[in-house]
Design a protein around this ligand. Structure first.
Ligand code: SF4
Length: 338
């Protein structure tokens, strides 16, 4: 399948007075055309920093390290100037954030905000064409009374409606890639489902690729074609939604799944949490980063980084439990049957 974006050995650090915070440490993945890739992990795992680096939004004291490669449609982006990133953002790629109230301009009417994005990238359009295209985009997001909504300020809309407006702002230029950073976290469950359905519907109509960032595996269960699980700035497991939900092999993925609420499991009345904290990223552990929180940690886990094992072309995992010498008895996952 054709790749839209290839990320190779991406490393991003923040150079603070306390030392170099290694937020993202040598990750590689790709995004296929018209498909959805989910970056999943708890806060501080590097997923949002990864997303920002893909659209040139890493600010000082942050730095994308020189060994990193971000290749979009065959073009290397890491050496882009600010001007080139500005053209890239909006035209090729747009981002939707968690809190629409913060991201939208509170003093500007909705219609004007959508139009601004279009104006910046389609200077040849007339005023009327810009209005019509903005309105058409807003209609596609399913906002009731779109004409009326164009004349409203963000604070006059509900949280779900504001999120739809933000999606309209992001999609009005028909970018090839939409990055959605926790797009439903601030919303209640019913509205969450509607926003996810809207993104899927727009993807089908417009054919864009989506990178969705979330701490909640439940949000991407139906939507993601590929799920990348991140921990402490690294990829610990990646696979199709089926691989991750039914054949997960990494203890961290298993722990994340245990913390997803299930309405089909009446016996589960208490949500599991993952004990402990992520490691200090100024001094990341020498071996496996999950070592201090992993109930199956072995001696080698502290000493050496686990190698990546490819279970199939699509499913890979970085864990010493995949080594044939490891004792997997008592490990509650580890099914490799289909
Ligand atoms: Fe646990 Fe070791 Fe696997 Fe890390 S490598 S997740 S510590 S078993």
């Amino acid at each position: 399948m054709e790749k839209l974006l290839e990320v190779e050995n991406l490393s991003v650090s923040y150079f603070t007075y306390a030392g170099e915070v290694q937020s993202v440490r040598g990750i590689s993945f790709d995004v296929k055309k018209g498909k959805t890739t989910a970056l999943v992990g708890e806060s501080g795992c590097g997923k949002s920093v990864t997303a920002k680096s893909l659209i040139g939004l890493i600010e000082k004291p942050g730095k994308v390290k020189p060994e990193s490669k971000i290749i979009y449609q065959g073009k290397e982006l890491t050496g882009y100037t600010e001007k080139e990133w500005n053209t890239f953002r909006g035209k090729e790629c747009s981002m939707v954030f968690q809190d629409a109230l913060v991201s939208l301009n509170p003093t500007m009417k909705v219609g004007k905000q959508i139009a601004e994005n279009l104006k910046n990238h389609e200077s040849s359009l007339s005023k009327e064409e810009i209005y019509q295209k903005s309105l058409e985009m807003l209609k596609q997001t399913g906002v009731p009374d779109p004409e009326g909504c164009m004349n409203k300020y963000p604070h006059e809309l509900s949280g779900g409606m504001r999120q739809r407006v933000m999606i309209a702002c992001a999609m009005v230029t028909h970018p090839q890639l939409l990055i959605a950073d926790e797009p439903t976290t601030a919303l209640d469950v019913t509205i969450q489902a509607q926003i996810i359905a809207l993104m899927e519907e727009l993807q089908e109509k417009l054919g864009m690729s989506i990178i969705i960032i979330t701490h909640d595996l439940g949000v991407v269960a139906d939507m993601a074609d590929e799920i990348i699980v991140m921990y402490a700035g690294e990829i610990v497991e990646r696979g199709t939604a089926r691989d991750i939900f039914y054949h997960q092999q990494h203890p961290y993925t298993w722990a994340l799944l245990q913390s997803v609420p299930r309405i089909d499991d009446e016996d589960k009345t208490i949500l599991n949490t993952i004990e402990g904290n992520i490691p200090d990223m100024i001094y990341p552990p020498k071996g496996c980063s999950f070592c201090t929180r992993c109930p199956y940690a072995m001696k080698i886990c502290e000493e050496e980084k686990p190698k990546v094992t490819h279970i199939t072309d699509e499913h890979s995992v970085a864990c010493w439990l995949m080594d044939p010498r490891a004792d997997r008895s008592g490990v509650p996952f580890g099914r490799t049957d289909a």
